[in-house]
Design a binder for this molecule. Structure first.
Ligand code: OAD
Length: 254
């Protein structure tokens, strides 16, 4: 059998190479990129896994502006369903380990594609939310943003004080990412010394290009995922395991 030409390790009790640990310990600026896999151990479904949302539902009918214009009630029902589910779950050891990492590095940024707010609930503060947040709504008419912590909103589709329709303040397919947040993430990728990409299929751009941008700029890049992704062969090391086990193990080694 041909040996893979990249450093790949299954999660064991000693999954971290000395090179990885030395680079991490000597890093000043750590960037962590997360995807749905980080919340999977909390009980939040991923998008493309076995029980992932996009295996059962069509993103065209639920996560596009076209879908919202056609049937805003259906789209809101889907977001209320997801809010209900997310409210019932708790952050898991992966979220807490990422918060620990934030406390240990002089410079740190967590770039997340997740909209569930679990990182904040675990205490993370230096966060760039690339795809928005499910607990915020935005008016289509005046742009006013509201924090809504309740699961069911009054009247679906809900309305803004100005009379405009409210939509979830998340990024849908075909939409631009929030520009300032994207810029912050791109800058972090250019200047970080070490990047950890955790629980993302690395299929959605521009998030998927951040690890390679960081690597091109000299950072050491490590992937933690249950399965191989398009990044696995390109990063410095790819660790196959559960985020909620591997990350706390890594924090202990620091
Ligand atoms: P995906 O569902 O595409 O990928 C989740 C990844 O997590 C997969 O590669 C799994 O192998 C991995 N995974 C699952 N459980 C894990 C665990 N316990 N530990 C480690 N890895 C695990 O989710 P994302 O990559 O986040 O966008 O998807 C990116 C974007 O596509 C989402 O933000 C969303 C979606 O459409 C928008 O809604 C705009």
């Amino acid at each position: 059998m041909r040996r893979p030409n990249y450093a790949f390790r299954m999660w064991t009790k000693q999954p971290f190479s000395n090179k990885l640990l030395n680079r991490l310990r000597s890093s000043r600026y750590l960037l962590v990129l997360t995807g749905a896999g980080v919340s999977a151990e909390s009980g939040v479904p991923t998008f493309r896994g076995k029980d992932g949302y996009w295996r059962k539902f069509s993103p065209q009918e639920l996560a596009t502006m076209d879908a919202f214009e056609k049937n805003s009630e259906l789209v809101w029902e889907w977001y209320e369903y997801r809010r209900g589910l997310i409210r019932e779950v708790q952050p898991n050891p992966a979220h807490y380990a990422i918060k620990d990492l934030e406390d240990r590095f002089a410079e740190f940024l967590l770039v997340t594609q997740n909209i569930d707010g679990l990182h904040q609930r675990a205490g993370s503060r230096k966060i760039a939310e690339l795809h928005g947040n499910i607990w915020r709504d935005r008016c289509l008419k005046c742009g006013q943003v509201y924090d809504h912590k309740e699961v069911k909103l009054k009247g679906v589709p809900p309305k803004c004080a100005c009379g405009g329709l409210l939509r979830p303040d998340v990024v849908w397919f075909g939409e631009a990412l929030p520009q300032e947040t994207l810029l912050q993430a791109l800058q972090a990728a250019q200047f970080c010394d070490f990047l950890l990409t955790v629980g993302t299929s690395a299929l959605v751009q521009p998030a998927a290009s951040l690890p390679l941008l960081a690597q091109e700029n000299g950072a050491f890049v490590v992937e933690i995922n249950l399965e191989p992704t398009p990044l696995s062969e390109r990063v410095n090391e790819s660790i196959r395991g559960k985020a909620g086990e591997v990350l706390p193990g890594l924090v202990k080694k620091l």
